[in-house]
Design a protein around this ligand. Structure first.
Ligand code: UDP
Ligand code: MN
Length: 637
């Protein structure tokens, strides 16, 4: 008995030991998994061993080597040639196979009304708030979390997280002209390409669901998510797994950081739909947004189109409809903006929702025929990570045989952030991108740009952009010059004269400061003042042969008077100009004489360092002495 009892005790001990060992092994495994995952979170740029990936292959996910020369699309590339499978680093094909149950991890599903819980994604879409902000009564902890999320993303992610993934936007389309519209039955198929770099989970997935909820299945070929080397943990395995549950959504990951244009070119090379729809990773679509875009592209394959871009507020996530008519423009500093201009409105109600031709389109949502995109040279591969790539595409499309327009019956809302969430390695990256545009596309007109962006000018003086291939492309496509673009496509853009000694910073001898227009007063104009001379080109103005003093990077505001105050107001569209806007510069005395009143421009102290600009009886006081300082030599860059 005792022997038998001892044997049992030994066996029990052995069993305990085994269990202990097993437990130890499991803990070690879990820890090493965690460690590996952490490592890949911390150093996403470091090469990962393929085997490590093989251990838990993500579904429908493709890793693409972005250094592949095949991505450097040039004119030589056959328009529809796409990457071969063997050019990819790794293609796990899990299509048709099920993920083992134990591997299924739960992730957050955002429920309408703000009640979040962890679950796997199932069930039909639910309708959340109708585009309304979530009313919040915040504790200080919640307030801190909101502030931290604004800092991290440039928008209030805490509010975004509480909103439905499937919220339906309030109707903003023209009730008669858009809602009853019939579209042709055989529209081309679309690939919606969504590039993202460290996008928040809620905004990225709301974008994807919004496309899936609004685009008709028969036209939506696929949603192609392209990860531009994101580092945030939630965009790794959890995202792959989430996407693997969504019908018609594919995920591509780039092994190098490509930037907006490069990432879109990569997506385009992998897309199979006839029309590419590039969409930012923080958008929400109105019902019926896709069909009118496809129709316009189907009618003319060289037509590049955009919906009206409505606005999602970065703080409240409130949806704001943009007023029609609107078109995309850019100024002489090569900055893009949407211009809402009632003068573009056709008085005929039949025509009131006709697409409006647009000198440029924003990057938020652009639809373009896939063949045309490739043949016109995709995005410029020489552009750095972010900025002005949409202006480059716009000038190129127009100059090389295409056109651009905003389609009013299509509306997509874009999240306008408070600030950019990225930190770029190159501080002057935007200037470098603009230099490429100026030197490739603007011919002699580039001088006007360099005078208004002196940082770009000085960079350009010490280094030349490598644009040989783009110039070759321009030649081989037989593209028109910038003069044609200005006169035919964008005749509303004022062409500055920039005459020596009559343009530049308007320097006040008496105060040692420069005429300035405080930012934030808008396009309609407001009071002028003086401020420290910036030297950047932001205070550039141009006294033209009409006698107008044109201000701002568009040259659309004129030095005007309101009583004795000197203000800016919109310049007249037609010549001759209004007599109250005319000035004469007397070089000898430095006086600037307002022609209508024969009074002189004077800088008047108002307490503090700033002075306002006032009209006074002409004297020879130094406060009435001015000269135009050209920051960039008259010959330009
Ligand atoms: N993006 C990217 N790589 C980058 C920077 C941006 O893929 O290096 C993505 C970004 O996530 C977004 C799109 O490109 O979906 C456009 O960028 P962003 O929204 O920052 O441009 P904005 O709307 O501010 O002009
Ligand atoms: Mn954006």
């Amino acid at each position: 008995m005792r022997l038998w009892g001892r044997a049992t005790a030994v066996r029990r001990k052995m069993l305990c030991l085994w269990l202990l060992l097993l437990g130890f092994a499991l803990v070690t495994l879990a820890l090493s998994d965690l460690f590996n995952r952490d490592q890949s979170l911390q150093k996403p740029g470091s090469p990962r061993h393929p085997l490590q990936r093989m251990l838990s292959p993500p579904d429908l996910e493709v890793i693409v080597d972005s250094r592949d020369p095949a991505l450097e699309l040039g004119v030589d590339l056959a328009p529809l040639e796409s990457l071969q499978e063997d050019q990819l680093l790794y293609v796990p094909s899990m299509q048709g196979t099920k993920i083992p149950q134990q591997k299924k991890r739960s992730y957050k599903v955002l429920l309408p009304g703000g009640a979040n819980r962890d679950a796997t994604v199932t069930g039909p879409p639910t309708h959340g708030q109708m585009g309304k902000a979530v009313p919040l009564h915040l504790t200080s902890l919640e307030r801190d979390m909101e502030l931290a999320s604004v800092e991290k993303y440039g928008f209030n992610e805490v509010v975004s997280e509480k909103m439905s993934m499937h919220r339906r936007l309030p109707e903003a389309r023209h009730p008669d002209r858009c809602l009853g519209e019939q579209y042709s039955e055989s529209l081309p198929s679309a690939s919606v390409v969504i590039c993202f770099h460290d996008e928040a989970w809620s905004t990225l997935l709301r974008t994807v669901h919004s496309v899936l909820d609004t685009a008709p299945k028969e036209y939506l070929q696929e949603v192609l998510l392209v990860d531009d080397l994101s580092q945030h943990g939630h965009l790794k395995t959890v995202l792959s797994e989430y996407v693997s549950h969504l019908d018609g959504v594919r995920l591509i990951r780039s092994t190098g950081r490509l930037g907006v244009g490069g990432c879109r070119t990569l997506g385009a090379a992998r897309a199979v739909g006839e029309v590419l729809v590039f969409m930012d990773s923080h958008c929400e679509c109105q019902m019926g947004w896709l069909e009118p875009l496809l129709e316009r592209v189907a009618q003319d394959r060289t037509r590049v189109v955009s919906p009206i871009m409505d606005v999602i507020d970065w703080q409240s996530f409130q949806y704001n409809a943009t007023q029609w008519p609107v078109r995309g423009v850019f100024d002489w500093r090569l900055d893009f903006f949407w211009e809402s201009n009632p003068q573009l409105q056709d008085p005929d109600p039949e025509m009131s929702v006709q697409p409006v031709q647009s000198p440029a389109l924003g990057g938020g949502v652009v639809a373009i025929d896939r063949h045309f995109f490739q043949s016109v040279g995709a995005y410029d591969p020489g552009m750095l990570l972010w900025g002005s790539e949409q202006i480059e595409l716009s000038i190129r499309v127009w100059s090389c045989g295409g056109s651009m327009e905003v389609v009013p019956c299509s509306r997509v809302a874009h999240l306008n952030r408070h600030h950019l969430p990225y930190r770029f390695p190159d501080q002057d990256l935007l200037q470098r991108n603009k230099i490429r545009i100026a030197d490739t596309w603007m011919d002699a007109y580039r001088k006007i740009f360099y005078r208004r962006d002196t940082l770009a000018h000085f960079i350009r003086q010490s280094e030349s952009p490598n644009i040989t291939e783009r110039l070759q492309l321009k030649r081989s496509l037989g593209c028109r010059n910038f003069h044609w673009f200005l006169t035919t496509v964008f005749p509303q853009l004022y062409i500055p004269q920039d005459r020596p000694a009559l343009s530049g910073e308007l320097y006040s001898v008496g105060t040692g400061s420069c005429a300035d227009y405080p930012r934030g007063q808008g396009l309609q104009g407001g009071a002028m003042r003086t401020a420290p001379c910036s030297g950047t080109g932001s205070q550039h103005c141009d006294l033209n042969s009409e006698g107008e003093i044109r201000w701002g990077p568009m040259g659309a505001l004129c030095l005007d008077t309101r009583g004795e105050r000197v203000v800016l107001s919109p310049c007249p569209a037609h010549r001759p100009t209004i007599s109250t806007l005319q000035w004469k510069f007397i070089k000898l005395s430095g006086q600037l004489v307002h022609q209508h009143s024969q009074l002189c421009l004077e800088a008047v102290k108002e307490g503090g360092p700033l002075q306002s600009l006032i009209l006074r009886q002409c004297t020879h006081h130094s406060r009435q002495q001015w000269h135009f300082e050209q920051l960039v030599a008259p010959k330009g860059a």
